[in-house]
Design a protein around this ligand. Structure first.
Ligand SMILES: Cc1cc2nc3c(=O)[nH]c(=O)nc-3n(C[C@H](O)[C@H](O)[C@H](O)COP(=O)(O)O)c2cc1C
Length: 179
C-alpha cells in the first residue's frame, strides 16, 4: 500500500503540469533567506525522467539568490476536493544555460516571454504598475529544478486519515505516520 501511495502522489503531481485546471499546477515553493522562510506560488511546468520538478523564473529574482546560497527547498501541493496535501522536500538549483533551457525557452511565447524580460529586476520598487519597461531581444529566463529527497502524503478522510512519509534515505520504502 505504501508504494501505491507514493505512485499516486507522483501521478497527482504530474497532473499538475499535464492538466490545465489541476490544483497541483500552483504549488507553494519555500526557500530560506538567512534563517527566515520565504514562500511564493509558482507554476509547475514539467517533471524529468528522474522526477526532478521543473519551474520557470527570472534569474534575477530573490528566490534564485536564496537557493544559490542555500538549495534547501520545499514544495506544498494542495487538492481541495480530495483534501490531499503533498509536501516535497529537496534541493533546488537554477539552470541558466544549455540545451534544456533553450528548449523550454523556445516554447514560451508572446506575453509570457515578457515575464522574463523586464528592464528592472523583479522586486525593484516602481512608482505605479504602468511603469514597467521591457528589454528587446534580451531575457533573464532560467529554470529551477527540484530534486526530491522526501515526500510526505496526507489525505484527510473518514474513518482514517492517511499520512505517510517517503525518503531517499530509505530508498523510498516509506512509513505511515500518525496523522
Ligand atoms: C498564480 C501565480 C503563479 C506564479 N507563478 C510563478 C512562476 O512560475 N515563476 C515565478 O518565478 N513566479 C511566479 N509567480 C510569482 C511568485 O509568486 C513571486 O511573487 C515572484 O516569483 C517573486 O518571488 P521572489 O521575490 O520570492 O523571488 C506566480 C504568482 C502567482 C500568483
Amino acid at each position: 500500500m505504501l508504494q501505491q501511495l507514493l505512485n499516486d502522489a507522483k501521478q497527482e503531481i504530474k497532473f499538475g503540469y499535464l492538466k490545465k485546471k489541476h490544483p497541483f499546477r500552483y504549488p507553494v515553493l519555500a526557500s530560506i533567506e538567512g534563517n527566515i522562510p520565504q514562500q511564493r506560488t509558482v507554476v509547475l511546468r514539467d517533471a524529468t525522467d528522474g522526477f526532478k520538478l521543473v519551474f520557470f523564473t527570472d534569474k534575477r529574482s530573490p528566490k534564485v539568490k536564496q537557493l544559490n546560497e542555500n538549495p534547501a527547498a520545499s514544495l506544498l501541493f494542495y487538492h481541495p476536493k480530495k483534501l490531499l496535501q503533498i509536501k516535497v522536500i529537496g534541493t533546488m538549483h537554477c539552470v541558466e544555460k544549455g540545451e534544456e533551457v533553450a528548449r523550454y525557452w523556445s516554447k514560451i511565447q508572446g506575453n509570457s516571454a515578457k515575464d522574463f524580460s523586464t528592464a528592472k529586476a523583479p522586486g525593484t520598487p516602481i512608482k505605479n504598475p504602468d511603469q514597467v519597461d521591457y528589454l528587446d531581444e534580451q531575457h533573464h529566463f532560467c529554470i529551477l529544478k527540484l530534486k526530491p529527497e522526501a515526500i510526505e502524503y496526507l489525505q484527510l478522510k473518514r474513518p482514517n486519515h492517511i499520512r505517510a512519509r517517503f525518503s531517499i534515505h530509505d530508498d523510498w520504502r516509506g512509513e505511515f505516520l500518525t496523522p
